[in-house]
Design a binder for this molecule. Structure first.
Ligand code: OGA
Ligand code: ZN
Ligand code: ZN
Length: 416
């Protein structure tokens, strides 16, 4: 057995001190001590590498039955009694685990592979983010659509977990994946949805039918040209993924799908039109949908920009819909015209970068509704050929969750 103690690292101390000072300045926090002391970190030897763990984090993540509920897989320690400045009596490591005895004689034991999986090394954190947190998205131009839009088989998704995993992985990477050979019945989509979990219900129903309807509540339910858009941008919790099962495709000209990757367009704008990009990321407009569906009144409003960024500057959501953008403009009057110019440019670029194709009966077109813009050209119904799609939405939370469950099952990660 090796006895380890954490050591003070002078160089690191300077960096940490700067970091703490920034935190103190920006958040006006009062920290008791800004200098790390020898008990703030524990160094653990893992296959020849020394990995460093904050003591407070180790104490918080004690896996004993008093601190962690085994069947609920959840932390249960009492935060009122939690000491952020915890100090250590001893650290003992053997071949498979590390045992820490704290100043109050509480003993914590951690499996080495459990610790390795939770490494604080930036490269390990990045690996975890990419492999388990969320797959990395690959932006595409419409000319590469045939390469990125993988074709998946309905029955295989239902009966093979590997096929289900591959389909969801493609969907999260490229934002689009086609399912073929779907039975021609109104409930076929349910089988696929159940493989993930459940649908996102909206005021258009648990599922919705896309057909030409006179006096419609939504312009998508017309046979005229449907400009590229995302569905339901007026929801704060906007449906993540759209699934459109084609039961009857039009034999007329038209009825073609247009798909464009909003992430590709956003990055093109950022590089080539930074001012317009900034307007689309900064200025909020109001998305809206007002009416009655299935006898239920709705009055949905949501303010958001066209391109929504996360705190790292990555695109997290695209909002775009000509019919479902309201006429109230919440921003300053001087921003209106420049915003319209940027908005038109964004649309023009999406049209330029879009892929055009036509689904067939038996296809389910599945795409990321908060990333891709989709549209459809005008078509004409005949008495013996009435175009009909059945749609449903599923949230990304459910898809990422299913992906992780499948990953853990098909390709178990050590220390998970
Ligand atoms: C919609 C839609 C596409 C199509 O209903 O919102 O985009 O192919 N439909 O009809
Ligand atoms: Zn404990
Ligand atoms: Zn749509």
């Amino acid at each position: 057995m090796i006895l380890l103690r954490s050591l003070r690292d002078t160089n690191k101390k300077v960096t940490l001190l700067n970091l703490f000072q920034t935190v103190v300045q920006t958040n006006k926090l009062h920290l008791n001590s800004v200098l790390p002391n020898k008990d703030d970190f524990v160094n653990i030897n893992l296959q020849g590498n020394s990995l460093k763990y904050p003591s407070v984090w180790l104490r918080d993540n004690c896996q004993c039955e008093q601190c962690f509920h085994q069947s609920a897989k959840s932390r249960i320690l009492n935060l009122c009694k939690f000491n952020v400045n915890v100090s250590i009596k001893s650290v003992v490591q053997d071949e498979t685990s590390v045992q820490v005895t704290w100043d109050d004689d509480h003993v914590s034991r951690y499996a080495l592979n459990w610790l390795k999986f939770r490494s604080f090394m930036p490269e390990d954190q990045l690996k975890y983010t990419k492999t388990l947190y969320r797959p990395v998205k690959t932006p595409w131009h419409g000319k590469d659509f045939h390469k990125v839009c993988a074709k998946h088989d309905y029955e295989r998704i239902l009966y093979s977990e590997a096929a289900l995993y591959k389909w969801l992985q493609d969907l999260s990477t490229y934002g689009v994946a086609l399912i073929q050979n779907t039975p021609n019945c109104d409930t076929a989509l349910d089988g696929i949805v159940e493989k993930i979990g459940f649908t996102k219900r909206t005021h258009y129903g648990v599922k919705f039918i896309v057909e030409n309807v006179a006096n419609t509540s939504n312009v998508a339910y017309l046979s005229s040209n449907l400009q590229m858009h995302v569905d339901l941008p007026y929801y704060e919790y906007c449906p993540g993924v759209n699934m459109l099962h084609c039961l009857v495709q039009t034999l007329s000209e038209g009825g073609e799908n247009l798909l464009s990757d909003g992430h590709h367009t956003a990055s093109y704008m950022k590089n080539n039109y930074p001012d317009q990009y900034k307007l689309l990321t900064d200025i909020e407009v109001e998305w809206s949908d007002v009416g009655v569906e299935h006898g239920n009144e709705f009055f949905k409003l949501y303010r958001s920009s066209v391109i929504c960024l996360d705190r790292h500057g990555y695109v997290k959501r695209i909002n775009f819909s000509v019919p479902q953008r309201g006429s109230h403009f919440p921003g300053p009057i001087e921003t209106v015209k420049p915003w319209y110019e940027a908005h038109s440019l964004f649309y023009e670029l999406n049209q330029k970068f879009a892929a055009q194709f036509k689904t067939e009966a038996g296809d389910i077109l599945v795409f990321d509704n908060i990333r891709l813009l989709h549209g459809r050209s005008a078509y004409e119904d005949k008495s013996d050929n009435v175009r009909k799609l059945i749609g449903a939405y599923v949230d990304w939370d459910e898809i990422y969750s299913r992906l992780r469950c499948l990953k853990a099952k098909l390709n178990p990660l050590e220390g998970i």
